[in-house]
Design a protein around this ligand. Structure first.
Ligand code: SF4
Length: 395
């Protein structure tokens, strides 16, 4: 409402003393927050709202508890969710008074109480400190159903949206850096309502790796045939997700902050100038193809590690209630196509052939040694190799 809007703006303006940056960075993507009677602390963007949302409270509460949570050094995504999870279990009788000795009666007080218990690993806090997935498995009694905002055992942003966004579906499902902020960034999150605004946007969008991305965006409509969930098409989604993910992996390898590069649209560092910076800084001959291949190679290695630890297609599932309108057939098609695009088999495992192309034969050998590939797959790879060898011999 307008009243809440006004009150929250007032709270924010009073609490935020100034915008700040990391050393020597012009982005100013954090703020110093000073609340009466509390030490000043630094806050990064989204954690402003996570505690507020978890407790169904107001911004003042969110900023106040974030001060203590920041001093403790807990994560602003998972900590509020595990506290809300505990209180849901309590309200539903799965946890009882015996689990919360001395907990205050009011919601805000309960959040502070839980935060202290979690950080000190006292009583129920010792179980909650492991996150909702592990906690629910330890608590049992149906509590697993309340740990519903996880992917690959990790809490996700507490967002609940209406229509499936196919790009985000793929990013949430297949991202292995576990948070959506670690894969999104280069491409707008949704279509702009007016075509003229989209035309304006693409005019100086030189960061795109290929002109086709501009067309994908220009044609993306909020409603009608060219709207979510069937547009961008499956093939376009593969291209868009791959580009966005690639930029994050490049940043990680370079030690570059995503805030200056992969996490932003039209960022100052992008696929066209990063190779030049590497050449100038490290003296390594670099171009866009070479950097893309390097990123693909170690992105595949990250997947290989997780595959060894048991990750499979069954784990690549956004929370059921992330979007209200879901499309199982389309989601299957998206995953099938993206796996193929990335050189992974239908279970999300990098294939023998794609690992060979990346110079990672030792990974497929390790997979075979561990029995990770099915027999069918090994046969098909052998046939492929025989074909290639045959072709080479003839040549
Ligand atoms: S963009 Fe990165 S380096 Fe710059 S202030 Fe933000 S977090 Fe720090």
């Amino acid at each position: 409402t307008e009243d809440v809007d006004k009150a929250w703006l007032e709270t924010m303006n009073k609490a935020r003393t100034r915008l700040i940056s990391c050393y020597n960075c012009p982005m100013k993507c954090a703020a110093t927050i000073s609340l009466p009677g509390l030490p000043t602390y630094m806050m990064k963007c989204f954690s402003k709202l996570t505690y507020t949302m978890a407790a169904f409270s107001d911004l003042n509460f969110g900023l106040t508890i974030a001060q203590r949570a920041t001093e403790y050094g807990v994560d602003g995504y998972s900590a509020p969710q595990v506290m809300a999870f505990a209180l849901e279990l309590y309200e539903n009788g799965i946890l009882t008074d015996a689990d919360f000795p001395g907990m205050p009666a009011d919601t805000e007080g309960r959040f502070f109480w839980l935060l202290d218990r979690i950080v000190r690993r006292e009583g129920i806090g010792n179980i909650l400190a492991n996150g909702t997935y592990s906690a629910s498995h330890e608590i049992g009694k149906g509590s697993e159903a309340y740990a519903h905002n996880n992917i690959k055992k990790q809490e996700q942003l507490p967002l609940k949206l209406s229509m499936l966004n196919p790009i985000y579906f793929l990013m949430y499902a297949t991202g292995e850096k576990i948070s959506i902020t670690q894969i999104e960034g280069q491409f707008p999150q949704g279509p702009f309502p007016e075509r003229k605004d989209r035309e304006e946007f693409v005019k100086d969008w030189f960061q795109v790796p290929d002109e086709k991305f501009k067309q994908y965006f220009l044609d993306w409509e909020p409603r009608g045939e060219k709207s979510n969930p069937y547009y961008p098409t499956v093939g376009m989604c593969c291209d868009i997700v791959d580009w966005q993910e690639k930029m994050h992996y490049i940043d990680d390898a370079l030690g570059m902050c995503a805030g200056l590069s992969s996490f932003h649209m039209k960022a100052p560092y992008h696929i066209h100038n990063l190779p030049k910076f590497i050449e100038l800084g490290a003296g390594i001959k670099m171009d866009e193809d070479k950097i893309s291949l390097a990123a693909k190679r170690y992105r595949t290695l990250v997947r290989a590690i997780n595959i060894r630890r048991g990750m499979r297609r069954k784990d690549e599932k956004p929370p059921e209630d992330h979007w209200k309108k879901r499309f199982p057939e389309l989601e299957k098609e998206l995953l099938d196509a993206y796996y193929k695009f990335k050189g992974w088999n239908n279970d999300g495992i990098p294939t023998i052939e794609s690992l060979h192309d990346l110079g990672l034969d030792y990974v497929s050998e390790d997979f075979q040694h561990r029995g990770i590939y099915t027999d069918m797959e090994k046969t098909s790879a052998n046939n492929e190799n025989n074909k290639v060898e045959g072709a080479n011999h003839e040549g």
